[in-house]
Design a protein around this ligand. Sequence first.
Ligand code: NAP
Length: 348
Amino acid sequence: MLKRVRAMLNVTPEKALNPADDHTMRAVVHRQYGSPDLLALEEVERPTPGDDDVLVRVHAASANSGDHHVVTGRPYMIRLSPYGGVPRPRHRVLGATMAGRVVAVGAKVTTVRPGDEVYGQARSGAFAEYLVMPAAMIARKPTNLSFEEAAAVPWATTALQAFRAGGLKPGQKILINGASGGVGTWAVQLAKALGAEVTAVCSTRNVAMVRGLGADEVIDYRVQDFVTGGARFDVMLDLVGNRSLSDCRRVLVPGGTYVPCSGGGGDWVGPLVRIVAGLATFLFSRRRFKMFVNTPNREDLEVLTALVEAGKARPVIERRYALGEVAEALAHVGAGHTRGQTILRIAS
Ligand SMILES: NC(=O)c1ccc[n+]([C@@H]2O[C@H](COP(=O)([O-])OP(=O)(O)OC[C@H]3O[C@@H](n4cnc5c(N)ncnc54)[C@H](OP(=O)(O)O)[C@@H]3O)[C@@H](O)[C@H]2O)c1
């Protein structure tokens, strides 16, 4: 009915969205696991914040490899995680990372106020015009970024948390396998900002881009093998998982740490196979195997805000899509060859 009235008046949903007079919103609805083509852009009820929550008018979101796993439900293990659900997706509206403006806050929220420009990483709901999420997962948007650029930042918490898991210190050497993707482009810049010496692995088409992000050495995996090259590292961040665990162990100095951060291992238990094999491979070694799972939080976002505002890191955005093109955006991400981040434009 609402749609028909809008059509008669020639008013787009975008123009009609006024917090005072409309309680619906457009959102990407995820009802079943499968191809991104099964996603539907629908008009749904706008969520309302609880005491610890924030209602955000979403201006932009990023479509990441993690969203693609959630959409397909593969590896199947993801269905048992807080992002999934059995037998069907638990969260009706898809999307995790976004930037926007605060519309309303819950009674207990003191960190942000209506009107603030924020960004953050939720469990779900970011591919929509409005999102409710805990204030603990939101931070002030870097002032030197647009909303679209800011939506590309939260995925960088993965790199920060990986460095923490690996115990990366200034002056140490790190190898980043998969340096050109959504996490990798941040990892290169954040490792440099931390004072590490960075060797980045990517394909030919991305060599110049990754070098431009500050990598000290770039290995083009199409022409060079990082295992047989002879260089040894204090930390290896593996965003691809395409090499054997013994190869990964070989590139580390004694006392060095391998940090796995990738899928692989098949559809059933996915990374679990590699984790179990990794623990066994490193058990009697002088090298360490340290896994982690990205945990969204405000403190890490605040670190990123400071680094971005200081000009130490910047988002790399490859493609931008309208919200209604979410299937194309996720198909692109799911193909595994993204360069930096893929952005969904939601409001201007
Ligand atoms: N543990 C966690 O909590 C966590 C959190 C976030 C992400 N992840 C995982 O981290 C991984 C990376 O995520 P992402 O978002 O950065 O992925 P992405 O955006 O899809 O990027 C993948 C990148 O890897 C490159 N690549 C493909 N094959 C390669 C190879 N053989 N050697 C080196 N680079 C290669 C691709 O470029 P080319 O095709 O041009 O080489 C692409 O730029 C994913 O597996 C994701 O599931 C884990």
